[in-house]
Design a binder for this molecule. Structure first.
Ligand SMILES: Nc1ncnc2c1ncn2[C@@H]1O[C@H](COP(=O)(O)OP(=O)(O)O)[C@@H](O)[C@H]1O
Ligand SMILES: [Mg+2]
Length: 380
């Protein structure tokens, strides 16, 4: 048997890592100093990562003896991958343009046969499209607010959609296209907002019933056989999944009714104008159980892999309604919701990131499952 890495040994004696891998971190980076191109919405690069996040992620991966390289997920990516020849990629790439940008990098990696973390092509493509996602959930009776997609804005409004309504781009994230005018109160405001979204974001507008209640986000980590690959099998429940503590947006200082706008999302945690949050949320055990089970079902129905974060809001009657799932949740330490949820239960950033890596490596056959390894040892 090859020797385990010294650092892996320190962290978990039984963990079967045998190699130091070359890991490529793939992401699109925000260059805040660069002027924005003309004719694009003001929040066009909102989904992109800051270089500090990439550096923190690389440092975390390196704590377990791996080497890392950052490759920008731009049009040069195929050539850079050929040059760098990584063993596995840690995927944070948002992609560039088109109708399923978050699926671009996974699709390329599948074609090149390079292992990578997290969800694969289909789940990343569908989850970026909030309308398609909601159709899938609705088909399996998961609770979503009534909705309708507008391709141009002239379509008649379906009778089940009652004002106030909420309008957002169907295929964006990080609050893109969401400001205080996203809530519309009458037909005139609706038509104006839909045509703004369709023309500025060049994509359909998703119109939903406005959900006036509390807002939560719930992270999921794992899969049925997670315990076999994790450095922390104790995190995972019998079904192989870890449910992070529920995070609630703190709307107590926001005007009512409030929404989590792009502007609020862009603020540093604790800064003026940042909403603030509670984690774990102060909620009844029944609601907590319901939210966690909805987040898990949302993850499974979409075919998400290893990690995701689902946003849920309460309707007028206090019933949870799924808004969207993030199959590529942000990983900015002390900032991204998933990292805040992990921190709330004393899961270190390094451990979170390394588990995402090893869950993927297990799927791609790069490490042996813990049990099989144990049995092999017994035979010797
Ligand atoms: N139907 C809705 N009713 C009320 N608020 C909503 C609704 N849909 C979205 N929002 C608000 O807009 C924010 C962003 O919407 P979301 O669907 O999570 O997109 P993303 O986070 O990808 O930009 C939510 O966090 C929530 O505050
Ligand atoms: Mg969201």
């Amino acid at each position: 048997m090859q020797a385990a890495l010294p650092s892996a040994e320190k962290n978990s004696r039984h963990f079967p890592v045998k190699h130091s891998w070359k890991i490529a971190v793939l992401a699109n980076i925000k260059d805040e100093k660069q002027p924005k191109p003309e004719g694009v919405p003001p929040d066009v690069f909102a989904e992109f990562d800051r270089i500090e996040t990439i550096n923190a992620l690389r440092a975390a991966l390196e704590t377990d003896g791996h080497t890392t390289v950052f490759i920008p997920a731009d049009r040069n990516l195929p050539y850079a991958l050929r040059e760098e020849k990584p063993d596995i990629c840690f995927n944070l790439a948002e992609g560039l343009g088109g109708d399923a940008r978050e699926a671009q990098t996974p699709a390329l990696l599948e074609m090149l046969g390079i292992p990578y973390t997290g969800s694969r092509v289909l789940a990343n493509g569908i989850s970026l499209d909030k309308t398609l996602t909601k159709r899938i959930w609705r088909d399996r009776r998961l609770p979503v607010a009534p909705f309708q997609e507008f391709l141009n804005g002239d379509e008649p409004l379906r009778p089940e959609l009652k004002f106030p309504l909420f309008v957002k781009p169907s295929r964006e994230g990080t609050g893109m296209g969401v400001d205080l005018n996203a809530r519309v109160n009458n037909e005139k405001e609706l038509r104006e907002r839909v045509s703004y979204i369709v023309s500025a974001y060049r994509q359909p507008a998703l119109v939903e019933t406005f959900l006036p209640g509390r807002e939560f986000t719930i992270g999921i980590l794992g899969r049925a056989d997670a315990k076999l690959y994790s450095r922390h099998p104790e995190w995972y429940e019998k079904d192989g999944f870890h449910r992070f503590p529920v995070l609630e947006m703190d709307a107590s200082h926001a005007p009512s009714p409030w929404i989590y706008t792009h502007e609020a999302k862009s603020k540093e945690v604790g800064a003026d104008g940042h909403l603030g949050y509670f984690c774990p949320a102060n909620i009844e055990p029944d609601l907590e159980k319901k939210l966690k089970s909805l987040a898990l079902r949302a993850h499974q129905l979409l075919g998400a892999l290893d990690v995701s974060r689902t946003d849920i809001r309460l309707d007028e009657e206090g019933n949870p309604r799924l808004m969207e799932i993030n199959t590529l949740p942000g990983l900015a330490p002390d900032y991204s919701d998933l990292c805040l949820q992990a921190k709330a239960e004393n899961i270190r950033y390094e451990d979170l990131v390394l588990d995402i890596l090893y869950l993927a490596a297990g799927r791609w056959g790069m490490i042996k499952p813990r049990e099989a390894e144990g049995k092999q040892n017994q035979r010797r």
